[in-house]
Design a protein around this ligand. Structure first.
Ligand code: HEC
Ligand code: HEC
Length: 217
């Protein structure tokens, strides 16, 4: 334990994330995943793009997300660590192998364009860019990029891609963390950040991120 204390917080977190991922790692098969994903298409769409939906719900893009991240979320929904009435029944239908398979299936799809944010005002987008790329020292907000990776395109299985994600979905997640309705983030990393953001900050960063394309390899 003593030797672990000298490891930086983030390094420790990444290490733990990796170990947990490996412990439950089942080899996913994208072809089998396509079959298991038959019921997901209604909301997440055939190309994994998801969409902004009116009435406060938004279906996230899954295309191109890391398989380990997708699998973690599905296990979290199943175990009730992440709650959402629309999504939970569908996670409950999947066994561990099917979770690995659908995760493999969606992770190999090219990242799709996001909706929302196109009409945001310039001042709001400038604030969004600041938070996403540089952070705001006065408000104790670290840049999103410092965890979510270059281009906010995601980093490993711990940090999902948030660029080219629907503005409505990003907003809903940040609000859920602010209000304590989503709490499945390791070490409360996102909860702590969301609590320091104003409603306008949330709107700004969501609009800006939705406008950012992720280059597909
Ligand atoms: C009725 C619509 C609906 C269906 C069908 C559905 N989902 Fe979802 N899904 C949602 C919603 C809504 C969310 C966002 C939940 C929230 O806000 O926390 C979500 C979130 C997710 C997430 C988390 C994404 C992230 O970025 O954190 C994953 C993974 C996921 N769904 C996978 C699936 C899979 C796999 C299936 C099929 C077995 C499926 N979903 C079927 C509506 C649906
Ligand atoms: C200290 C690291 C860290 C920073 C900085 C950070 N995040 Fe996160 N974020 C995470 C982690 C870890 C997760 C995954 C949580 C989980 O496993 O459910 C996450 C998840 C998210 C999600 C959910 C994505 C999805 O697909 O459901 C959104 C949205 C998000 N972050 C937005 C932001 C924004 C906007 C910023 C900048 C203002 C930011 N994050 C800064 C660590 C961070």
């Amino acid at each position: 334990m003593t030797s672990m204390r000298i490891v930086s917080g983030l390094g420790l977190l990444l290490g733990l994330g990796l170990a947990a991922g490996q412990a439950q790692a089942l080899e996913g098969d994208a072809e089998r995943g396509q079959q298991a994903a038959g019921t997901c298409v209604a909301c997440h769409q055939a190309d994994g793009s998801g969409m902004n939906v009116s009435g406060g719900e938004s279906w996230p893009r899954l295309a191109g997300q890391d398989a380990g991240y997708i699998a973690k979320q599905l296990h979290d929904f199943k175990a009730g660590r992440r709650e959402n009435a629309s999504m939970m029944p569908f996670a409950n239908m999947l066994d561990d192998q099917q979770i690995a398979d659908v995760a493999a299936y969606y992770s190999q799809m090219p990242v799709t364009e996001a909706q929302g944010g196109e009409e945001a005002e310039e001042a709001l987008l400038a604030r969004g860019e600041q938070l996403a790329l540089r952070g705001d020292w006065d408000a104790y907000i670290v840049s999103c990029k410092s965890c979510h990776g270059p281009g906010n395109a995601g980093a490993g299985s711990t940090f999902p891609g948030i660029a080219s994600q629907h503005a409505g979905y990003i907003e809903a997640q940040l609000q859920a963390w602010q209000e304590g309705e989503r709490s499945n983030d390791p070490q409360n990393l996102m909860g702590a950040i969301a609590q320091r953001m104003s409603d306008e900050d949330i709107q700004a960063v969501s609009a800006w991120l939705a406008n950012q394309s992720v280059a597909s390899e």
